[in-house]
Ligand binder design. Structure first.
Ligand code: TYM
Length: 333
């Protein structure tokens, strides 16, 4: 029965607590899909090294992110949740796939261009080959589906191209994965700058993002100070980026569709609407925070999950890697 289920892989960088964009764009789907699929969800700590990290902070955040995965509803008995650095197959496969990826393809990646602009004093080779490691993550588990937000689409396309290229040479080795995006919430924008996506690297402007561990009062304060647009109508429209983003957040958080929400807030004014969006977000975040706090106190449980799930991930990854090594012509051990 289990073997018939399709496979899912996704990951998130432990460079900070997840924000509302991460949650509504990707993590919410991870939870929704865990019963129907064989899910593998990674904390991609190796990816985080492309930008300088304080070792103690990276270690703490990686563990907190794993706790957050559980707190938001992932069941570690159903889904495999683990650290990328605990499975050496990621790095091994990334090397092999590097030899099937062209410089030109990597040079076209918009995230590489953006990140190298932001970190102009540290444009390292890892930043350039980052999408190959991401492709290795996904292909190592023969994922059919990859739940992600809109900003990872281009990386996914490259992953598919690498898989197809490899399969053309060696036969059907890899499953060619499909991206899986939410209908609403694939691109949550900043609250203070609704023309730009909500992003951790905007930490300087704390009002721009809501973190899943923000206290309810802070969440409400941030929503109240969210940038709106001229006029007073709660309508989804390209010339109303602030209100449209809040409508998307409201809809993704409550399941009410956008047109219904427009009706609900007709004639109510921006202040009332912003308060309602804040309340809707606080509502689903509260139980997540409660569970996170509980896990904080249960070190043994978390340690056991880390060990058991790392082993499960390693077992799958080793099988696929063994096949790949044989295909490319490495001698048997
Ligand atoms: P990361 O850590 O930046 O983000 C994790 C997930 O959150 C989504 N996301 C958003 N969705 C909607 N609105 C936003 N403003 C927003 N910001 C972020 C991202 O699309 C992502 O799905 N390279 C990946 C991590 C990764 C990965 C993988 C993902 C490494 N290997 C393999 C999938 C499969 C990244 O940096 O995501």
């Amino acid at each position: 029965m289990e073997a018939e289920k399709k496979a899912i892989f996704s990951g998130m960088q432990p460079t900070g607590m997840p924000h509302l964009g991460n949650y509504l764009g990707a993590l919410k789907n991870w939870v929704a899909l865990q019963d129907e699929y064989r899910c593998v969800y990674c904390i991609v700590d190796m990816h985080s090294l492309t930008v300088r990290q304080d070792p103690a902070v990276l270690r703490r955040r990686s563990r907190e992110l794993l706790q957050m995965y559980i707190a938001m509803g992932l069941d570690p008995e159903k889904a495999i949740i683990y650290f990328q650095s605990h499975v050496s197959g990621h790095a091994e496969l990334a090397w092999i796939l590097n030899c099937f990826t062209y410089m030109g393809e990597l040079g076209r990646m918009t995230q590489f261009k953006e990140k190298s602009q932001k970190n102009s004093d540290n444009i390292n080779a890892g930043l350039f080959t980052y999408p190959v490691l991401m492709a290795a993550d996904i292909l190592l588990y023969n994922a059919d589906l990859v739940p992600i937000g809109d900003d990872q689409r281009q990386h996914m396309e490259l992953c598919r191209n690498i898989a197809l290229r490899f399969n053309n040479i060696y036969g059907d080795v890899f499953t060619v994965p499909e991206p899986y995006l939410p209908k609403i919430g694939a691109r949550i924008m900043g609250l203070a700058e609704p023309e730009r996506k909500m992003s951790k690297s905007d930490g300087a402007n704390e009002n721009n993002l809501i973190y899943l561990l923000d206290k309810p009062e802070l969440i409400m304060k941030k929503f109240k100070s969210a940038v709106t647009d001229s006029g007073n109508e709660v309508k989804y429209s390209s010339d109303k980026p602030g209100i449209s983003n809040l409508l998307v957040i409201y809809s993704a958080a409550t399941g009410v569709d956008i047109s219904q929400a427009e009706n609900e807030f007709e004639g109510k004014g921006y202040g009332f609407f912003k308060q309602a969006v804040g309340e809707a977000v606080i509502e689903f975040i509260k139980p997540i925070q409660r569970r996170f706090e509980e896990l904080n106190k249960d070190k043994d449980y978390v340690d056991a999950i880390i060990r058991a799930n790392g082993e499960k991930a390693n077992a799958i990854a080793s099988r696929v890697l063994r096949k790949v090594k044989k295909k490319v012509g490495f001698p048997a051990v």
